[in-house]
Design a protein around this ligand. Structure first.
Ligand code: MN
Length: 304
């Protein structure tokens, strides 16, 4: 099943090019949670009411404004250095097996079709296209063999990143730095998370292309480990990390992430209120690969 958040606090089921507004299934009880979190929390109870969509109003998918699937995750848990080719391009000696996980601010989420706002005019910002997943039920100390039972759905995510020596939680948590979507594909429909093709494009140029078979920690291992650190709640977003090919984005760019069996997440880039960075980490921290136009000529290998 494909589930989307759209319009003004609506949730829908997508079938072909139509979206059925299933928000009424939630009833009127106010809980302070987004409709999608309420649906996920009660999914086992509510799913039978979604097996026949004829009672719900349908409209063309192209005519609605899609929102980020879960607007209010209690946390966004992210994987650092979880593909070997990305470890090599970043000149890193350690991967997720040594680093563990990090957190991105939940307030950094961005709707599909939205605009990333780069905060500074004197720093490099990179795209990181990633496969993400959403937790379906509370998870604490889950074994890897059981972990996929806790995954509600999969989606595409951009882990937008400022390069430099500041803490990851700072560099990746600016508002708009976590585009997610365009919708959720439930785990039964998505199937094996170790067999998804991922591409990230900037202005229609392919920058990243990889299969999730190459993940160092797959979805099960990542979920199991994260649940040994913190209780994962329904609606929490975990993102699996990015493969090689990261590169800079600038105002005016369009960034797309495509994942097989999900679809395409597309966002724009702007720097409307950019100022000079107040922190001085620009020339420290992990060294990213040169921009593609420099890499093609072999120049620019020494510094970001
Ligand atoms: Mn990342």
């Amino acid at each position: 099943m494909r589930l989307a958040s759209f319009g003004d606090d609506r949730i829908g089921v997508i079938v072909d090019d139509q979206i059925f507004d299933v928000t009424p299934v939630l009833g009127s009880a106010a809980s302070g949670l987004s409709p999608m979190r309420r649906l996920i929390q009660r999914f086992d109870e509510l799913a039978p009411a979604l097996s026949d969509l004829s009672p719900y109003a349908a409209q063309p998918l192209a005519e609605v404004s899609l929102r980020t699937p879960v607007s209010d995750p209690s946390k966004i848990v992210a994987a650092p250095v979880n593909y070997r080719d990305h470890m090599v391009e970043m000149s890193q000696q350690a991967h997720i097996g040594a680093l563990g996980v990090f957190l991105k601010a939940p307030s950094s989420v961005l709707d599909p079709g939205g605009t990333i706002q780069l905060p500074y005019d004197d720093r490099r910002f990179d795209h990181e296209g990633e496969l993400a997943f959403v937790i379906g039920r509370p998870a604490r100390d889950v074994a890897p063999a059981d972990a996929l039972d806790y995954v509600f759905a999969y989606t595409a995510l951009l882990d937008i990143t400022m390069r430099g020596g500041e803490d990851r939680s700072t560099r990746k948590s600016f508002d708009t730095f976590t585009p997610i979507g365009p919708w959720l594909v439930t785990s039964d429909e998505f199937g094996d998370p170790r067999a998804a093709d991922l591409r990230c494009l900037v202005n229609d140029q392919v920058r990243q292309q990889e299969n999730t078979a190459q993940l160092i920690w797959g979805v099960a291992e990542l979920l199991a480990y994260a649940s040994s650190v913190m209780t994962l709640l329904p609606g929490d977003v975990l993102t699996t990390g990015t493969p090689a090919g990261v590169g800079p984005i600038v105002a005016g760019d369009r960034v797309d992430v495509e994942i097989s069996r999900i679809g395409r997440l597309s966002v724009a880039v702007a720097a409307d209120r950019a100022v000079h960075s107040p922190t001085s980490g620009a020339n420290t921290g992990p060294v990213p690969p040169p921009p593609p136009e420099l890499a093609d000529t072999g120049a620019g290998r020494k510094s970001p």
